[in-house]
Design a protein around this ligand. Sequence first.
Ligand code: AMP
Ligand code: MG
Length: 412
Amino acid sequence: MTSKTFISVEEARTEILEQIEPVSAERAFLKDCIDRRIAEEVRAPTDVPAFDNSSRDGYAFRWRDVQSGDRRLDVVATSAAGDPTDVEIGEGEAARIMTGAKLPRGADSVVMQEHVESEDDSIVLDPEADVDEGSWVRRAGRYLSEGEAVLEPGDEITPAGIGLLASFGRSRVNAYRRPRVGIVSTGDELVDIDDTPGDGQIINSNSHLLESLVRSYGADPIVFPVARDSESQVRDVYRQAIDAADFVVSSGGVSVGDHDVVREVVDDLTGGMQFWKIRMKPGKPLAFGTALGESNTPLLGLPGNPNSCFVCFHQFVRPVLRVAQGEPTRAQTPTRFEAVLEDDVSSTPHRRQYLAGRITSGEGQPRFEAFQNQASANTALFVGADAFGLVPEGTDHLSSGSTITVEPIESA
Ligand code: AMP
Ligand code: MG
């Protein structure tokens, strides 16, 4: 066991990410790709739009015909969306045209229907009509040229991306698999969610917390039964998790108490893990290593307190999942900005504290409201939080009105 005392969050994250490889990619149905990462470069297969078309309901005509001052045109054809006309528009002529309909040959401009007087088979453009050469025409290739790159490997497939890929006719794409994450909870005191805790027992909430976090960041959780604080049980459950998953995340058993056996087991399974005391609060002890054997499955042992688990997940597990899904390692620095602190807060000077709180909009600068009872075992603390407020090392107090660095939780 390499035991380094008191390293920073950034050092720990860097060391962990150096060991993380993307999971494999597969050909997947587009509808199964939401929140996954694309594993191919996607280029526009055609110009976008693919053909000149109208952006308004109106009339298509030749701009030069109305410049002389005569603004009367004969309507000789109709072009509807999906039903273009073969008629070529000649001098003094116009075609009725609908939004999205192909521009007829010969025409180069469109006038909105609100800006014409129509009489039988002709129209007269209003003197005030909002027209110019090329008005209300979406030219082919105006938004994208054929062959232009729109998605890079590792980019998230968002709903907008799904729309774009669908417009390219891509019902299947090459996407990174959802990483499988084995979730192991350890502790003699834990009972299942549907059981009634006996004297001194508590419900295993971390499995549910980690399961939902893993799922919300695009990975597939596999939850294992609780391992009691015995070396053989922890080893047994860890082994099952290594076999089934790409990563194993456990909670509890990494402190220095008599019953904290996770460290011993992980050390053994990895042939020598990293065990860090990280200068952060909540959190602090963290075990990390890659399993011996072919899989080299990364194992992360998080502390058991629910809030330690929550913060360590965002700081260490989430970037692991992102890199596993094809994002570059260098992109894993959390988004941070400055806000004005609403309240006085006290902290432990030797460790960076991650406060739970909410960003509120102030005049000019965002504000950060820190919640009450910032304790690692306060299970209600992060409910409703949308940001971490960072009290830097060496600071034991921040006053209301001072500047605080915040990390939005969604992008932390
Ligand atoms: P440990 O890291 O095992 O010393 O646990 C630290 C604290 O977190 C103890 O108060 C545990 O009861 C609590 N804890 C550990 N595992 C869980 C869990 N799965 N769900 C809820 N609380 C837990
Ligand atoms: Mg424990």
